[in-house]
Design a protein around this ligand. Structure first.
Ligand SMILES: [Zn+2]
Ligand SMILES: [Zn+2]
Length: 147
């Protein structure tokens, strides 16, 4: 008998650990200016799962409200950026791919906010690139920034 598929991850200091049940099948590089500032990195790679497949197994996440609908969640001890949640799609959560224990198993399959991509950043050029989100504009969302 094999165990049901699951994936684990956590923050830099180890205070926060999480588990994802089931497959990880939507992985995107986000080039929005808010992810850039929030992370200090030139792009942030996320995967999206139904909220009920994500569970913390250790610690708690702190929340920074980055817009009227978006929350960015991070480790209160080491500030590792772990999750993004929006009340515009409350049944899903985005998790930073780099916090997985095995990110090497989950290559990206698209870009979002590609219109904001740094012109010198060459990364997965062959993938579909959406100017904003993969589903187009979200009501109330600014054109140049994710959330
Ligand atoms: Zn931590
Ligand atoms: Zn973003």
């Amino acid at each position: 008998m094999s165990e049901p598929e699951s994936h684990e991850g956590g923050c830099l200091c180890g205070e926060v650990r999480y588990r994802i049940k089931g497959a990880i099948d939507s992985v995107g590089h986000c080039h929005c200016t808010m992810c850039r500032r929030w992370s200090g990195a030139v792009a942030v790679t996320w995967f999206t799962v139904p909220l009920d497949r994500f569970a913390l197994t250790k610690g708690e996440l702190a929340t920074y409200r980055s817009s009227d609908h978006g929350e960015r969640r991070f480790c209160p001890a080491c500030a590792t950026q772990v999750a993004f949640w929006s009340n515009q799609r409350p049944d899903e959560i985005d998790i930073t791919l780099g916090t997985l224990d095995h990110p090497e198993r989950h290559p990206a399959d698209h870009h979002v906010f590609a219109a904001n991509r740094l012109p010198w950043l060459h990364l997965d050029e062959q993938l579909p690139a959406h100017d904003t989100t993969s589903s187009g504009m979200v009501p109330g969302q600014s054109k140049t920034e994710r959330t």
